[in-house]
Design a protein around this ligand. Structure first.
Ligand code: FAD
Length: 327
């Protein structure tokens, strides 16, 4: 690992000043970042450690408007176990945290770090390979190489997938996020965190250098809201999803009055599927309807040589998420 200066700020304002220096990165628990630094894929001069800023960045708090403020350095265990998530509306958020990695990882991993973790593509994450997304080669090596965990939707010149469990459900729940850049605070819709054009040369998120995510805000959900997050993976634990689906439904009696559906682990960004979600609106839950929605969710998919399995598996996961949300 290349030597670097480790900055431990006492206040968020100090962290923001430190983060504004050139060649500086932010660190939550470091599970993803330090891995990449060890591989020399990221060699910053300065690392700003955010975990000491507990008062300003950690914890979950219900707000007066019924929304939930989730501090950026809240751990996945704290999220999974929080009483505010123990209801049908936020069940999907609870499930997405509970299904991540292992208890040891969840005890350390932060919410912001989970959402902003770098893709797991084995080419771009290895020092030995020189690919387009890593800025070190002319092409996407996964496109014609070993690609069983890669994208089947929404890809252009790079077939990486977005690995975060939390991101799809936060998108489905209509979350927002706040950031601090120098002295400037901003609040944006969660979808704005990801590039509209997820091309190889684009970074995986839209934050500027030195911009600190301070919190995620989950809006109050209308009465009758139910959510679910379901994923497929090769191992029971210690693994990332191969496909995932997050749904948010608003039920009016036995009818679905509103719906959001987001796919994870199958595209370079968490992928909202509004056309599929629209098929649910005004309908009563049924397995025929869910089959139709699952087909629509994967409409236009372009599997690669080794990942066509993601289509039948992914559709089954969509159906299961809808079953769970309407049970
Ligand atoms: C064995 C294993 C299995 C795993 N399985 C899963 C899984 O199933 N699903 C899943 O989603 N994840 C999984 N993970 C990934 C894990 O959840 C993430 O690595 C972890 O959440 C990252 O959080 P962190 O706090 O360590 O982030 P860090 O490594 O500290 O940071 C990650 C990135 O986010 C940036 N960052 C961190 N905090 C902020 C902030 N507040 N503002 C701006 N930028 C910030 C950093 O600069 C860095 O680029 C797994 C990890 C392991 C080791």
């Amino acid at each position: 690992m290349k030597p670097f200066t480790y900055i431990v700020p006492g206040k968020l304002a100090e962290a923001a000043t430190a983060a504004a220096q050139p060649d500086t990165v932010l660190k939550g628990a470091g599970i993803d970042l330090v891995d990449r630094m060890k591989e020399r894929l990221q060699t910053p001069a300065n690392v700003v450690h955010l975990l000491p800023l507990k008062d300003e960045l950690a914890g979950i708090a219900a707000q007066a408007d019924g929304s939930l403020r989730i501090g950026a350095t809240t751990t996945l265990t704290q999220l999974e176990q929080h009483a505010a998530l123990a209801n049908q509306a936020l069940a999907g958020l609870q499930q997405s945290a509970a299904m991540t990695a292992t208890p040891q990882v969840r005890n350390r991993a932060t919410v912001a770090g989970n959402i902003l973790q770098f893709t797991r593509c084995w080419y771009v994450r290895s020092e030995a390979f020189h690919c387009l997304h890593g800025g070190r080669g002319p092409t996407c090596l996964a496109m014609t190489g070993e690609n069983r965990y890669h994208a089947v939707l929404g890809w252009q010149d790079c077939v990486r997938v977005h690995p975060s469990n939390l991101a799809p459900i936060l998108l489905a729940l209509g979350a927002e996020y706040t950031t601090l850049l120098g002295k400037q605070e901003q609040r944006k819709k969660f979808a704005e965190l990801f590039p509209a054009e997820p091309r190889a040369q684009n970074p995986e998120h839209t934050l500027q250098a030195g911009e600190i995510v301070t919190a995620i805000h989950v809006p109050a959900q209308p009465a009758g809201t139910r959510s679910a997050y379901v994923e497929s993976r090769e191992k029971q634990t210690f693994d990332w999803a191969t496909t995932a689906c997050a749904v948010r439904l608003v039920m009016d009696g036995g009818t679905i009055a509103a719906a959001d559906l987001v796919l994870g682990a199958v595209a370079p960004v968490p992928l909202a599927r509004p056309t599929a979600a629209k098929l649910l609106v005004g309908q009563k839950p049924s397995s025929q309807l869910f089959q139709k929605v699952a087909e629509a969710a994967y409409a236009g998919a372009s599997p690669l040589a080794h990942n066509a399995y993601k289509l039948p598996v992914g559709k089954a996961i969509v159906r299961e998420a809808l079953e769970q949300a309407t049970r």
